[in-house]
Write a protein that binds this ligand. Structure first.
Ligand SMILES: [Zn+2]
Length: 115
């Protein structure tokens, strides 16, 4: 399957982008902490809000990064493209939409219901 190679490249690029985002977020958070020492109360609240927001998006990125890592290691194990829950083949359309998806459509829907 030649498409796996394409997915792999996409995953690796996405992983790079996430790692870069995470790095700049980390720097931004450190900057906020530095600034906090010399700002007024109002902007301190702004800074805290900003920090909470960037922490939330950092968490989302971490989850995606974890999924990408799993997808890449499943490629190495020749298990890529099969659902991690039921072993059914994942529709290629789904993978084209997001190559880091690890579940088939029915397991994804099942997981959503339980959320
Ligand atoms: Zn499944």
């Amino acid at each position: 399957m030649t498409t796996i190679h394409t997915f792999k490249i996409r995953l690796e690029k996405r992983r790079e982008a996430i790692l870069q985002d995470r790095e700049s977020m980390k720097q931004a958070t450190e900057q906020v902490e530095l600034d906090q020492a010399c700002v007024g109360r109002l902007s301190r609240m702004d800074a805290m809000q900003q920090r909470a927001m960037s922490q939330a998006s950092a968490r989302l990125l971490d989850i995606e990064l974890q999924r990408i890592k799993t997808a890449l290691s499943r490629m190495d194990d020749d298990e890529y493209g099969y659902c991690i829950f039921c072993d059914e083949e994942i529709a290629e359309k789904r993978l084209q939409f997001d190559p880091s998806l690890l579940t088939c459509i029915s397991c994804a829907q099942e997981a959503e219901k339980n959320n």
